[in-house]
Design a protein around this ligand. Structure first.
Ligand code: MN
Length: 258
């Protein structure tokens, strides 16, 4: 039964949040559960997975993703065997991807090696839902996705590429998770206005993203759904309902873990 039929408030969605990196992760996870925010709790290293997954115990609104952040690809590439061992524990992978910013150009080859390995592991495991970082590396991310069509469904997080690249991304079956900062920029808004609403999820990227100088909490996605409501010219309820429906559509048929 959907929220609209049920007459209840739609479930909020934070599809990219680093729960394990808040000063008090349990408090943030507990609050997400209480306030009915579906959280994709992403990790930055395979060894962080088990401890982070513990935050989801008894909290069905929290799902944990197995990740290896591109900024750590060079120093943590040796953890790939751990990644391969843990892949069977979860339907979700993230944060993974490529970072093309200047600070990390020297690790480009290792990043590509790690990301390609992860995509192959996901394909071998039957496909996963992936939260993907693509800052300054959209084309390379799309090339890797195209080379691994069975890896699953990539959700491009905090997308900063061009509209043309977004079109190729959609042709490859990618989704987008968007936050307040992306929607605060005219460029981000123009881009999201051209993406079909049924390919969009909300995210905070907390605690890295700030709101009034404070780390964003999962509940902050209500601000993002209001921004989407303005963009889509619908009510806040309709925008939240759209995002909740999108999450259900994305999870349909996904391998459920645990
Ligand atoms: Mn992140």
């Amino acid at each position: 039964m959907t929220s609209a039929e049920h007459g209840t408030t739609p479930v909020k969605v934070d599809f990219h949040c680093h729960l394990d990196l808040y000063p008090d992760p349990h408090a943030v996870a507990a609050q997400a559960q209480t306030s009915q925010v579906a959280v994709l709790s992403v990790t930055t290293t395979p060894t962080a997975y088990e401890g982070t997954a513990a935050l989801a115990h008894g909290r069905p609104m929290v799902r944990t993703a197995l990740g290896l952040h591109p900024e750590l690809a060079a120093e943590r590439g040796h953890e790939l065997p751990t990644f391969d061992r843990l892949i069977h524990r979860t339907a979700f992978v993230g944060e993974v991807g490529l970072d093309g910013s200047r600070r990390f150009t020297h690790t480009r080859a290792q990043q590509l090696e790690v990301f390609s390995h992860i995509l192959r592991t996901c394909a071998d495991a039957g496909g996963r839902i992936l939260s993907v970082h693509s800052r300054g590396a959209v084309q390379a991310v799309l090339d890797a996705v195209r080379a691994n069509p069975r890896a699953g469904t990539p959700v491009l997080h905090w997308y900063t590429g061009t509209m043309r690249q977004a079109e190729s991304a959609m042709e490859l079956g990618c989704w987008f998770s968007v936050g307040t900062q992306m929607l605060a920029s005219p460029r981000g808004r123009d881009l999201i206005a051209l993406v079909p609403p049924d390919r969009i999820l909300t995210e905070t990227d907390g605690p890295f993203s700030l709101e009034a100088g404070q780390p964003q909490l999962p509940g902050n996605v209500t601000k993002t759904t209001s921004q989407l409501a303005r963009l889509w010219a619908v009510t806040n309820f309709e925008a939240s309902f759209q995002v909740e429906s999108n999450l259900r559509a994305l999870l349909h048929g996904a391998k459920v873990f645990d």
